[in-house]
Design a protein around this ligand. Sequence first.
Ligand code: ADP
Ligand code: MN
Ligand code: MN
Ligand code: MN
Length: 333
Amino acid sequence: MPYKAEYIWIDGNQPTAKMRSKTKVIADGETPGIWGFDGSSTQQATGDNSDVVLNPVLVLPDPLRGGDHKLVMTETLLTDLTPHPSNTRAACAAASEKYASFDMWYGIEQEYTFFDGIKPLGWPDNGFPAPQGGYYCGVGADEVFGREVVEDHMDACIEAGIHISGINAEVMPGQWEFQIGPVGSPRAADELWLARWLLYRIAEDHGISATLDPKPIKGDWNGAGAHTNFSTKQMRESYQPCIDAAEALGTNVAEHIANYGDRIEERLTGEHETQRHDQYSYGESDRGASVRIPWQVVKDQKGYIEDRRPNANCDPYVVTRLIIETVCGAASK
Ligand code: ADP
Ligand code: MN
Ligand code: MN
Ligand code: MN
């Protein structure tokens, strides 16, 4: 029996890329090879020279179709098989290779918001729900909206072999989080993109949508981030490298902020458990800092640190590349 391979890629939409996918039916015994698409429909080519190549980078079992069906995460290439300008994975893979001896791991907390039409899931048709306070990790139909989708998504990630490490309801009603990791790069970002695709796809079956908008509701409502926890081998062995990493991030603030997701200044206001986008700080257990050193890490005197700045709508290939370059670059000096 032939099987279905869902080829998934990242388009050229600016300032925030979107995910695209299409299905290839592949003969029994054959593996998913390179394929292509019409780049003129995805902001990746002009109509007169429209072919863009899809190169498989991670093939996993498809938990939705089951059987022998596959999910195929791809990167985009030009027809000469060099990276497409919109391909951010190639640079991430190169940096990961360069600093392979550090054995960097990432744990990314992806926050997102369910929408039912034009309002967050569970919100009243007119006005606002009760103010934030009881929703984070809440329980009960008056506080929690969309759990059945969250459960389906978590099961699907586990079945696919994605390293999902947990989920929780977030501070704003209708907002949730899942965590990927710890995994090395570029695989951490490959898995996060696939997990995002599964989220959109599963929500579609439930008749709702999921958005990575970093500030879906203006005002006194939390934004959505993608806190990125990371550790080198040295950080996992002793404390000083954890401090050194936090210091290193403080030397390259503007470049990180500029590449941590569109409209980051709307989310990093200094309110709602964030540091301002134009200030840098790190601290133990401090959720108002740019970078937090978790209490357990202080206690153990080794472990990892959390870069709290990336937006929910960030490109994890870019975020993980910048962290590895800044942190490992400084440690190599
Ligand atoms: P928070 O308390 O900020 O909500 P979470 O529990 O949501 O933290 O996320 C922590 C993330 O850190 C998880 O994805 C976890 O896998 C990851 N993590 C744990 N240890 C390490 C490590 N040594 N290196 C990198 N990431 C790690
Ligand atoms: Mn979390
Ligand atoms: Mn969170
Ligand atoms: Mn966090």
